[in-house]
Design a protein around this ligand. Structure first.
Ligand code: NAD
Ligand code: 6OD
Length: 484
């Protein structure tokens, strides 16, 4: 049994909050204990982060910080197998995914934002003055201060470092609240912070749940200067309310009900490969995943049949076996939620082309397994078609015209991502501009250049992170006006 401690001021400490069980989703077994932070622990973490701003960290030059960020990336890579095992034990996700996506991106995030801060520039303006001497304006980036980083469980290390890396690159200090489902990699990163010489108090971790616990204590803390959050839209609303006290900036990366649009001129094989990943990767627990598919009528049957075959082709099982391609859902609670939608689909008269229930998993009966599922036949207002499920499932609806496809895709309170599949160049540009989302992929999905703006429209979030956009959030721009 591993005990996950809080990491405060460079030291691992037990928290004064309740102790939570940590489950292995593959079997449902309790494999660890999480020591939650109480209010006093969160106070201590925020206090340590505040003090660190005034210590050696606050006096470091950008190149010195960059050198440390690169050491962090190297430090993760040096302990790759440990990070991998920790992520697998928390999530049940297969090695084939975590070794290609989660852990490499955890390290890459530090290198990318090291590059970004080194190459960033700011504006200068020369101006005329009545006495003819003139003045020069230039902007400098200053760190915001103490940043609260509140994270979900679906891509734990990737999504946490996606925020911690730019926050540190900009000279801030952080207090991280990982999901109570996935405490491991944030805790392990504390060891790497100490090993590479990040000054104490720069990176802190407090464990526990949200309301009435570490998440709320942290986001309502008056000495936090900015809050960055990834998670459900409803939680985002609570965090925004918390941020209103003291008028703190927030960056919110929230839920989605992403539409994929497949035109009849798309290359079927490429599309099935890409859309299969978009629907089922990480057991559908990807905010960018596709749970609504609109398919042009002429290819509807072929596409539906091909996607159902993809769903049936996943190999569920031991996540440490390199041949396994799909893991379970993250928790019993989350599986109950996803299954409630499987029940609604059946009750609503959906045609089930693949899956629809719980698979029999010999030897793993206690795990949170679910079948990848493909439905057709429901109306657009059915809960399965309109609400975020966050499971390995999708619903297919036929369309006839481009206008209809755009209208159907936009008919959602969410606006995170879309993928458009077509060989029509003009159509691709035209449709991408019309879909109300933060990210439009054409003939691909989850293809990431980390310099690009990332975020959601409508109920899918506020703000953009990535590249220079992250620097915008994690720094204050101060204008200096010099009379010459
Ligand atoms: P969640 O909102 O339940 O929890 C996220 C984090 O917030 C957890 O650490 C939780 O403990 C904390 N939290 C909960 N209530 C809180 C409160 N009142 N105050 C402070 N903290 C609180 O989300 P989840 O279930 O962990 O993750 C799945 C959701 O995240 C899905 O909706 C998914 O779409 C979304 N997501 C979005 C993105 C994106 O980039 N847009 C990325 C990943 C996941
Ligand atoms: O790739 C990223 O930077 C990112 N934030 C991905 C989010 C995935 C959501 O589940």
């Amino acid at each position: 049994m591993t005990t996950y401690m809080n990491f405060i001021d460079g030291v691992f400490v037990r928290g004064g909050g309740e102790s939570l069980p940590n489950h292995f989703p593959t079997t449902g077994e309790v494999i660890g204990e999480i020591s939650s932070a109480g209010r006093a622990d969160v106070d201590a973490a925020v206090g340590a982060a505040r003090a660190a701003l005034k210590g050696p960290w606050g006096r470091m030059s950008i190149p010195e910080r960059v050198a440390l960020l690169r050491k962090l990336a190297d430090g993760i890579n040096a302990r790759f197998e440990e990070f991998l095992a920790a992520e697998i034990r928390d999530t049940g996700k297969p090695r084939s995914i975590a070794s290609h996506i989660d852990i490499p991106r955890g390290a890459a995030n530090f290198n990318v934002f090291a590059d970004q801060i080194l190459t960033s520039s700011t504006e200068t303006f020369e101006m005329a003055t009545p006495d003819g001497a003139g003045a020069l304006n230039y902007a400098v980036r200053v760190p915001r201060g103490v940043i609260a980083v509140v994270c979900p469980w679906n891509l734990p290390l990737l999504l946490m470092t996606w925020k911690v890396a730019p926050a540190l690159a900009c000279g801030n200090t952080v207090v991280v609240k990982p999901s109570e489902e996935t405490p491991a990699t944030a805790t392990l990163l504390g060891e790497v912070m100490n090993a590479v010489g990040i000054p104490r108090g720069v990176y802190n971790v407090v464990h526990g749940t949200g309301p009435g616990a570490a998440g709320e204590f942290l986001t309502t803390h008056p000495d936090v200067d900015g809050i960055t959050f990834t998670g459900e839209t409803r939680t985002g609303e609570a965090i925004m309310r918390a941020a209103a006290g003291g008028v703190r900036p927030v960056s919110l990366e929230l839920g989605g009900k992403n539409a994929g649009i497949i035109f009849d001129d798309a290359d079927l094989e490429t599309t099935l490969e890409g859309i299969g990943r978009a629907c089922f990767a990480n057991t559908g627990q990807v905010c960018l995943g596709t749970e609504r598919l609109y398919v042009q009528r002429g290819i509807f049957d072929r596409l539906a049949e091909g996607l159902a075959a993809k769903a049936k082709g996943y190999r569920l099982g031991d996540p440490f076996d390199p041949a396994t391609t799909m893991g379970p859902l993250v928790s019993a609670e989350h599986r109950a939620k996803v299954l409630s939608y499987y029940d609604k689909a059946r009750a609503g008269g959906a045609t089930i082309l693949a899956g629809g229930g719980i698979p029999h998993m010999q030897g793993y009966e206690g795990g949170y397994w679910i079948e990848p599922t493909v439905w057709t036949g429901l109306s657009e207002d059915a809960p399965v078609v309109s609400e975020e499920i966050f499971g390995p499932c999708t619903h297919l609806t036929p369309f006839d015209s481009e206008e209809e496809a755009v209208m159907l895709a936009n008919d959602s309170p969410y606006g995170l991502a879309t993928s458009i599949w077509t060989n029509g160049l003009s159509r691709a540009h035209r449709v991408a501009r019309q879909i109300e989302v933060g990210i439009a992929w054409v003939n691909c999905w989850f293809l990431r250049d980390l310099r690009t703006p990332f975020g959601g429209s409508k109920a899918s979030g506020i703000g953009r992170e990535g590249g220079v956009h992250s620097l915008e959030f994690y720094t204050e721009l101060r204008n200096v006006c010099i009379k010459l």
